[in-house]
Design a binder for this molecule. Structure first.
Ligand code: PLP
Length: 802
């Protein structure tokens, strides 16, 4: 948008006067921050209205992206960047003696997600918008997003994330577009005119109120919306109870309803089979579908053409209730018969799988499901009955197989099977992951409908992760190859011609140093530790999960400690190990591992012989805005999950595009990163996915893999040298009572990892060669753009022409 400095000043002054009754000169910093956000929101609203009008005339197909999580992060700088107005606002504010950076710093992250899955949803909203698509995100307006993490004496403590206090500036409440959601109750069945009519009675109604957040894109006419539902009691006060003087009881029902959207469940890649969680899921699904259908029928006067105009995407199984709920609405509220309704459902819905880990595959006890959602349960049973009938023709008599594929079996409703049965496209999120889906967990479905399955490797909103987080690097790249890469990430390949160019390598090193110094400053502030910006910055930042194997990383650090203790002159390249990770609040082993990282940090730091060679830092409260500080400073990107478990990873892509070299297993998208950069520009180690499978089949006993060096490290876990004795961790690795020790094969991969780490230390010493690797990583990161990923969704899954 084209605004002059004076016009911007006017906008700020007028807004500040309207909202706070003072000019921007007299505003407090908080008022200035809110004023700026409101002005930016108004600009987006204006753009949105034009875009929506255009789109309405075109009658094009649009996407609804359903996700229980959107890890939005901050929006202010992103919106200004996308509008191309960062510098004009900066100078207008500067004239008022306000530093825009201090206003940026006041914005809390909208942490409406746990990790990769939620961040992916936000990256895709950015890409859809930048590509000019009409795409709407649907989620929940959690009053408390992902908890704030503090580390106290090495232990993780969780604190509520009251983001709305400063974050609600972006939200527009639309109370009069609310919908009623029905929980519990009973069903009444009546036959009228030869048709069965089901009436839902005695239910508890909850009102879902939508809040809109505008999503901007880069250099586009489009502005999209993320719609967040909030739960509200439909009755205000129970006046009779209130008049009787029962003040608390009169409010009780309100509180019960409103608790549904109170808090985000902090479990990542793990299910929480709680009643409140399924209520959250149904609230999201039912409110969103009601609103989509109402809008559609207003425009087209029919729902027959829904699949031609609308694609509804299910991000992981959390919104899988879309399948029975869409069926229910078509039948109960719009009078469709089963076959016609089911035809519309299957042609409208698509599903992305995000994990193969059994503890993350959602299942609900039938008893809980039927009590909370009686009508939905009835529909799920009918879907199941019809499917089993069909499967009996395809796999006659194969009861085990049919049971495995059924949405309802063994007293449980299985959400992935519901999606597989109904969605016309199903995708995994990296080549390896999609192959595993069709060759193992979804094989029986694949065999009957191979065309249903496809892959879309994840991608990232690289303008946020490169251009905004690392403007120094972005500007060097612009000087070298022009600015085409800002639209088309594959243009980064132009950098390859600077391989071996001394000047360019030196510039890259300088920028990396600047970003390392900035991170060192943050660490000194946050942790009170001084790290050496000339040491290797080796980072592992992601949710804490055993399969991601932060433990492998710490064990190797203990080994390095031993090497230095044995020989203070050992040839060790100075290294700073940076960790950041939240553990799900109830995940004890993960919390123990955080404790261990802190203990190792203390051990290393207390030892004069070691602390100049290695440093270990655990930075608390990992979130998007923190990732934006750490990633530009990273040189080694630790992607060390056990092969076959990390569906894709996206942290790996953000680090790569900032010039970090991957140290990783052939897991998830690491496989494709390796394909891009070649074996010389990545540090690979460990078993491949088939090797892991093979070792399981043969029977795995970690005790056979313990080398003398590793034995020494493992003994340290319980010797007391770390202060705390980590008996639980030690047991989980070594006690092989039912062949279940070391489920993530940390021990089997240790030696290979240790050697890879040794190579890292050696190769880093040849700075130009290492920087060349870094350059190749940046140059080859373009394919991992969310723009590419969303185009593939549009082409192969949503059937939308761009
Ligand atoms: C990108 C991102 C993730 C995902 O990281 P992985 O390494 O792919 O697991 C998680 N959390 C935040 C805040 C992120 O930005």
């Amino acid at each position: 948008m084209n605004y002059k400095k004076d016009e911007v000043t006017n906008l700020l002054n007028t807004k500040c006067m309207n909202v706070f009754g003072c000019s921007i000169d007299d505003a407090t910093e908080k008022q200035a921050y809110k004023t700026l956000c409101y002005v930016v929101k108004d600009l987006l609203a204006e753009k949105r209205s034009k875009f929506a009008k255009q789109y309405k005339e075109k009658e094009g197909k649009q996407v609804y992206y359903m996700s229980m999580e959107f890890l939005v992060g901050t929006s202010l700088r992103n919106n200004l960047y996308n509008l191309g107005m960062e510098s004009v606002f900066k100078s207008a504010l500067k004239q008022k003696k306000i530093d825009i950076n201090s206003l940026y710093a006041m914005e809390p992250d909208a942490g409406l997600g746990n990790g990769g899955l939620g961040r992916l949803a936000s990256c895709y909203m950015d890409a859809m918008t930048s590509l000019g698509m009409m795409g709407t995100g649907f989620s929940i307006r959690y009053e408390f997003g992902i908890f704030k993490q503090k580390i106290v004496d090495g232990w993780q403590m969780e604190f509520p994330d009251n983001w709305l206090e400063m974050g609600d500036v972006w939200l527009n409440r639309r109370e009069d577009e609310s919908f009623i959601i029905k929980f519990g109750g009973t069903l009444k069945e009546e036959w009228t005119d030869g048709k069965l009519k089901v009436t839902h009675e005695n239910y508890q109604p909850v009102m879902a109120v939508p809040y809109d957040m505008y999503i901007s894109g880069y250099d586009t006419d489009a502005v999209n919306k993320l719609v967040l539902w909030s739960a509200k009691s439909p009755n205000n006060l129970d006046m009779t109870a209130f008049s009787r003087g029962e003040y608390v009881r009169s409010l009780e029902e309100n509180t019960m309803a409103e608790v549904i959207s109170k808090i985000l469940y902090p479990a990542d890649d793990h299910i929480e089979g709680k009643r409140l969680r399924i209520k959250q899921q149904y609230l999201l699904v039912s409110a969103s579908l009601q609103s989509i259908l109402l809008k559609h029928i207003k425009k087209y006067k029919t729902l027959d053409n829904l699949p031609d105009k609308v694609a509804i995407h299910i991000n992981d199984t959390h919104p899988a209730l879309c399948v029975p709920e869409l069926t229910r609405i078509l039948i109960d509220e719009y009078g469709y018969d089963w076959d016609k309704a089911w035809d519309i459902v299957t042609r409208t819905l698509t599903y992305t799988n995000h994990t193969v880990m059994s503890e993350a595959l959602e299942r609900w006890p039938e008893s809980l499901f039927s009590a909370e959602l009686p009508r939905i349960y009835q529909i799920v049973l009918e879907i199941n009955r019809r499917l089993v009938q069909k499967l009996n023709e395809v796999y006659p008599g194969d009861i085990a197989k049919i049971e495995y594929m059924s949405p309802v079996a063994h007293g449980e409703v299985r959400m992935a099977n519901l999606c597989l049965a109904a969605c016309h496209k199903v995708n995994g999120v990296s080549k390896l992951h999609s192959d595993i889906l069709i060759n193992s967990i979804f094989k029986d479905y694949y065999n009957i409908e191979p065309d249903k399955f496809t892959n879309v490797t994840n991608g990232i909103a690289y303008r946020r992760w490169l251009c905004q987080s690392n403007p120094e690097l972005a500007s060097l790249i612009k000087n070298l190859i022009g600015d085409k890469f800002v639209h088309d990430a594959t243009a980064l390949e132009g950098l390859l011609k600077y391989k071996g160019d001394k000047n360019v390598l030196e510039s890259l090193q300088k920028i990396k140093l600047v970003k390392k110094q900035a991170l060192a400053k943050y660490i000194s502030h946050a942790n009170g530790i001084n790290v050496d910006p000339s040491s290797i910055f080796d980072v592992q930042i992601k949710r804490l999960h055993e399969y991601k194997r932060q433990l492998l990383n710490v064990l190797q650090i203990l080994h390095m400690y031993n090497v230095i203790k044995d020989n203070p002159n050992a040839d060790i390249t100075p290294r700073t190990f940076v960790f950041a990770a939240k553990a799900s609040a109830g995940y004890m082993m993960a919390k123990q591992i955080i404790r261990l990282i802190s203990a190792v940090a203390d051990l290393v730091d207390s030892d004069a012989a070691v602390r100049d060679k290695i440093k270990v830092v655990f930075i608390e409260d990992y979130k998007v805005s923190l990732a934006e500080i750490i990633i530009p400073a990273a040189e080694i990107s630790e992607q060390i999950s056990i092969a076959g478990k990390e569906a894709s990873g996206t942290g790996n892509m953000k680090l790569m595009i900032n010039g970090a070299v991957t140290l990783g297993t052939l897991d998830g998208a690491n496989v494709e990163i390796c394909e891009q950069v070649g074996k010389d520009n990545i540090f690979l180690f460990g078993m491949t996915a088939p090797e892991v499978e093979e070792l399981w089949r043969k029977g795995y006993n970690p005790n056979f893999f313990v080398t003398p060096e590793l034995k020494r490290v493992l003994d340290m876990l319980t010797s007391g040298i770390l202060g705390t004795r980590f008996e639980d961790i030690s047991k989980s690795l070594l006690t092989n009572s039912f062949g279940t020790a070391d489920a993530y094969m940390t021990i089997a991969d240790f030696e290979s990892y240790r050697q890879a780490q040794e190579r890292v230390g050696k190769e880093y010493l040849n700075r130009d060669k290492f920087t060349d690797m870094s350059l190749v990583n940046i140059a080859k990161a373009g394919i991992f753009s969310a723009d590419r990923a969303v185009k593939e969704y549009a082409d192969n899954i949503w059937n939308i022409k761009l």
